[in-house]
Design a protein around this ligand. Structure first.
Ligand code: ADP
Ligand code: MG
Length: 405
């Protein structure tokens, strides 16, 4: 992607605002998972080393929406749950230096900062101006700032004050190291993939993934493998019985259209050839693998079958680019994680043999982590919704707002 990165500019002595994604799970003031804080360390350390005066800002949860809901329902609202203070403390530990915490989203006494100092501001979303992309709030955020860095890919699909508005008030706007990596990997896969290029799509709903599937077909992905509940909408549209499996009836015409598009574009389009099903009356003790057609209408498909796992794994052999979004089954419930884990292994093996592999989507990333295979994937995208929008070919406002190279 031709966007300037933090490595392309000089930071010494400058007040550098870094929009990070510190939206971490916090319970009773304790951070339950600090993956996102660790993820931002390279950019923060780089800025410190370069002698920047670092100002960090992030959102945490949805305080104003939760407050409104609590008021409507008459349930208690605890504002302390939305403070980034515990994150500043954890960051201090991880960096081995003091990160001062500013109990306000806009103010930080920039004049008192020295080169290499780090200050963190309070949760951006405590101010209604953040999500509204209010220009006044954006201007306040930018006060005294010389360089804006966006390292929060996961919120780049939202035009908020800290992702888009602020860039109108700061002269130099660049990508952080995490953002740069996302743009490199996703951009290359989308615009200049090494072939064969194989995409694996799964998950619950076709409707969530239509723009991604269409964008991949347009880009003439070589193979498209479809698993997960999504496959049942395709099967039902083709006239198969799918029992009580999850189907989006209103998406059936679209499913047929997508299949036709794929064929017309010369894309090899693979659906499962067998499924792991359960009897809806005895789900715990009735798992078995069946072929495509559900001769028993009381069954529910919860995973791809072993034959499909092999067919899909074979389809990945020799791939040079792999994009994967959406689990192959209800992976949260063992043993319906088997299909997803088999595919995760196949993707890891293809990567060992030289493929560039990209896994995106909250649940897909969780599945790869659960399988212990994250280290063998080229790029684990942090984006969730942003990753899907990027793969769908959309311009993300938080990316568009950065300076071109
Ligand atoms: P991602 O977050 O990676 O984009 P999705 O949110 O689209 O993935 O899909 C993940 C969800 O799909 C999981 O909760 C999983 O249980 C569900 N799922 C996948 N296959 C099935 C199935 N056959 N039946 C029911 N749910 C399924
Ligand atoms: Mg999901």
């Amino acid at each position: 992607m031709n966007k300037k990165s933090i490595r392309d500019i000089s930071l010494y002595g400058k007040a550098v605002f870094i929009r990070v994604d510190f939206n971490v799970p916090i319970k009773d003031g304790r951070i339950e998972d600090d993956t996102r804080i660790r993820g931002a360390l390279p950019t923060i350390k780089y800025a410190i080393e370069q002698g920047a005066k670092v100002v960090l800002a992030s959102h945490l949860g949805r305080p104003l929406k939760d407050k409104k809901k609590a008021e409507e329902k008459g349930t208690p609202y605890d504002p302390s749950k939305y403070s980034l203070r515990p994150v500043a403390e954890r960051l201090s530990d991880l960096l081995g230096r003091t990160v001062s915490f500013e109990a306000d989203a806009v103010f930080s006494p920039l004049a008192t900062l020295s080169e290499g100092d780090v200050v963190m501001r309070e949760n951006l979303r405590l101010d209604p101006g953040e999500e509204k992309n209010d220009p006044d709030f954006a201007k306040q955020l930018a006060e005294g700032i010389d360089v804006y860095v966006n390292d929060a890919f996961g919120t780049a699909h939202r035009a908020h004050a800290s992702t888009e508005g602020i860039t109108h008030f700061v002269d130099t706007c660049v990508a952080g190291l995490l953002m740069e990596k996302e743009l490199e990997f996703l951009g290359k896969a989308l615009n200049d993939p090494e072939r064969p290029f194989v995409a694996i799509l799964g998950g619950a709903k076709v409707s969530d993934k239509i723009p991604v599937i269409e964008s991949l077909i347009e880009r003439k992905v070589d193979k498209l493998l479809i698993g997960g509940a999504m496959a049942y909408t395709f099967f039902k549209a083709q006239g198969y019985t799918v029992g009580k499996s999850l189907v989006e009836d209103e998406m059936m015409p679209k499913a047929l259209e997508i299949e036709a598009q794929a064929k017309a574009a010369g894309v090899e389009f693979l659906l499962p050839t067998d499924h792991q099903v359960v009897d809806s009356y005895d789900p715990l003790n009735s798992r078995k693998a069946i072929q495509i057609e559900f001769t028993n209408a009381g069954l529910v498909g919860l995973d791809i079958g072993p034959e499909t796992a092999t067919v899909f794994a074979n389809a990945l052999e020799g791939a040079k680019t792999i994009v994967w979004n959406g689990p192959m089954g209800m992976f949260e419930e063992k043993p319906f994680d088997e299909g997803t884990i088999a595919i995760a292994n196949a993707v890891a093996e293809a990567t060992d043999k030289g493929a560039i592999s990209i896994v995106g989507g909250g649940d897909s990333v969780a599945a790869v982590n659960q399988a212990g295979l994250a280290d063998r994937i080229s790029h684990i995208s942090t984006g969730g919704g942003a990753t899907l929008e990027f793969l769908a070919g959309d311009v993300l406002p938080g990316v568009a707002a950065l300076d071109d190279k």
